[in-house]
Design a protein around this ligand. Structure first.
Ligand code: TXA
Ligand code: MG
Length: 318
């Protein structure tokens, strides 16, 4: 949608106000949106995704002003919101007593995850609905995240009331999640804003939680996630002819099933292509009866850190 289609946006807003589910484009991935103040609407999100109830949702708002109705912003939280909103940074903050958000969105925690998305269509829907929107990624729980409307149609098409098409998601990876506790900032999920950029903005290191940390710290950060049906092999420079291959940099000579994440070794481009190529490689494994997917080494710097995080979870034993 190069030009905003206001008729479609008003229709989406009406569905959301009526307690329905609308898949919306965001700059990170597509989200499955519902009225975050409506228990039944939020419950429908969990049902549609097959998502465990202990895994809380991100609430999408227009700006810091709207976010402050629901959460306590410390000076550090305000600084981060001013620096990165609208955009792909989610802040986990103490919930305000007076917040009208459904208790289901935070799965019983006393914190709320909030972000102001940068995508025009997402922003227009938030404005037209006049509501905060709970929106997880619009995929069945545990599977590959959607970066275009067609991905949503394929996997959740019959479980949503409407899909808004806003083209391809430009970042292609979910938002980075940072939990703020006073002056402490903890990285809960690597994502579309590189951790180093956040550290530069706050002038200190983010606390990083260990692998397999307590479920309350990072609910939903399950080991197996983003999983294709095919088996995944990581850090492969020489793929077998019987495998699909996700290349980074020069593609191997004559390999018949290569998908190039970025020929120019550009991590932004690789991030934007990542989920779509993983999905296409998975589909090819099925139709061409290949043995699995192998993936080139991706440098663990900048957005490469988040790509490697997704790869590790996608390859994890299920
Ligand atoms: O880019 C994104 O963040 C996308 C788009 C649609 O905005 N959304 C997304 O949502 O990735 P989802 O549900 O797939 O991932 C949300 C993550 C989960 O890992 C969840 O556990 C975490 O956010 N989360 C939500 N609320 C939390 C809280 N109060 N404390 C800790 N983690 C929280
Ligand atoms: Mg997700």
């Amino acid at each position: 949608m190069a030009v905003l289609d206001w008729q479609e946006i008003r229709r989406a807003a009406a569905i959301i106000r009526g307690g329905g589910l609308v898949a919306i484009p965001t700059e990170t991935v597509y989200g499955l949106a519902a009225d975050a103040t409506n228990d039944r609407a939020v419950a429908r999100i969990f049902e549609a995704k097959g998502r465990p109830r202990f895994n809380p949702l991100i609430v999408h708002v227009a700006d810091v002003g709207a976010a402050r109705a629901h959460a306590e912003f410390s000076p550090l939280a305000l600084h981060l919101a001013e620096e990165f909103w609208p955009g792909p940074l989610t802040l986990v903050l103490p919930r305000r007593e007076t917040s009208t958000l459904s208790r289901l969105v935070s799965a019983g925690l006393d914190t709320i995850a909030l972000r102001a998305p940068a995508h025009d269509v997402a922003r227009a829907v938030i404005e037209a609905a006049g509501l905060p929107l709970a929106a997880p990624s619009a995929n069945p729980s545990g599977s590959i995240s959607p970066t275009c409307a067609e991905h949503v149609r394929q996997s959740l098409g019959d479980r949503v009331d409407m899909i808004l098409d806003g083209g391809r998601s430009v970042f292609g990876l979910e938002s980075t999640i940072v939990k703020i506790d006073g002056q402490d900032a903890t990285l809960l999920r690597l994502g579309a804003v590189a951790a180093a950029d956040i550290e530069r903005a706050i002038g200190k290191r983010l606390v990083r939680i260990r692998h397999g940390a307590a479920p309350v710290e990072a609910p939903g950060m399950l080991e197996s996630h983003y999983a294709p049906e095919a088996q995944l092999r990581l850090n492969v420079r020489t793929p077998a002819a019987t495998e699909a291959y996700l290349a980074f940099g020069a593609a191997p000579d004559g390999h018949p099933h290569t998908f190039s994440l970025s020929a120019a070794e550009d991590l932004r481009e690789a991030a934007a292509n990542f989920f779509a190529h993983l999905r296409a490689a998975d589909a090819l494994c099925k139709t061409a009866r290949l043995e699995g997917i192998s993936v080139a080494p991706i440098p663990v710097v900048g957005l490469g850190e988040a790509i490697n995080d997704r790869l590790r979870r996608a390859a994890a034993a299920r």
